[in-house]
Design a protein around this ligand. Structure first.
Ligand SMILES: [Ca+2]
Ligand SMILES: [Ca+2]
Length: 264
């Protein structure tokens, strides 16, 4: 038995009136279209009811793009009526990122090797039913290639020694030497998937001082300079290490750098 298209509607504070609409039978739930009284109520003139669930499943796998997944929602119900309308929230932050009729997507996440919960819904052309789900086993963005370690290098032929005159009472007296090293380190895969960002240089000056400083590693020598002032002359075998933007350990230059500070 379907609804009565000539029923009388009673609304509190209003005179009873006859409501007119068109009823369409559907096994998944009926639809009343062009409901006259809804026009003044700020609500849709069409109203489905009696939803029965359609079902759908999802499939996913790591994508070939950096940090990406391939994700698809697949309607499995025989009684679902296409086209289907999908909504996807890629990181379950409460904001839909995709709404439309495409079921298969490649999504690029901002971070590698990170797990995300995907929230999704699908409904069919009759607005029958939302099937929805949160993918409770998180998806993981693709891992990218294994890291290549950086190659530490310093221009040993171009170590600059600059005298320091630090005694105002004796302006010609040398009180130290500033030593400047030019970095020539490289990292062949500096811009590979997941490898963005600066590296670090760690310099043990062998007079008790150690510096850890950001280093702009690329596949060509950085040319960055690092300086240190020694308070006495003599040879130091400076230890020089470089770590890259993908979490390598500190890689040591070999042999150590001979810094020959003039005696003064
Ligand atoms: Ca979102
Ligand atoms: Ca690297």
């Amino acid at each position: 038995m379907g609804p009565d298209p000539s029923a009388t509607v009673y609304v509190l504070g209003q005179i009873p009136s006859t409501v007119n609409f068109t009823y369409t039978y559907d096994p998944g739930g009926g639809t009343c279209a062009s409901i006259t009284c809804h026009a003044n109520m700020g609500t849709s003139a069409d109203r489905p009811w009696g939803f029965s669930a359609i079902s759908a499943g999802i499939s996913w796998n790591p994508g070939s793009l950096c940090g990406s997944i391939n994700f698809a929602i697949n309607v499995t119900s025989a009684n679902a009526v296409p086209p289907y309308y999908y909504s996807i929230d890629w990181e379950s932050d409460g904001s839909w990122d995709y709404e439309g009729t495409t079921n298969s997507h490649t999504h690029v996440y901002p971070r590698l090797n990170t797990s995300y919960n995907v929230t999704w819904t699908v409904r069919d052309a009759k607005m029958h039913t939302l099937d929805s789900g949160s993918k409770t086993t998180p998806v993981t963005s693709s891992a990218g290639a294994a890291n290549v370690n950086p190659l530490p290098n310093v221009d040993r032929a171009n170590i600059v020694y600059t005298p320091v005159y630090g005694n105002p009472a004796a302006p010609t007296q040398i009180t130290g030497y500033q030593v400047t090293l030019t970095d020539l380190s490289t990292d062949a895969d500096f811009d590979a998937c997941g490898h963005s960002g600066p590296g670090n240089a760690r310099i043990v000056w062998r007079d008790g001082a150690t510096d850890i400083l950001p280093l702009d590693l690329t596949d060509t020598p950085s040319g960055q300079t690092f300086s240190h002032t020694y308070a006495s002359g003599g040879n130091r075998y400076v230890q020089y290490y470089v770590s890259d933007n993908a979490g390598s350990s500190y890689i040591a230059i070999s042999p150590n750098i001979l810094v020959a500070v003039p005696n003064f």
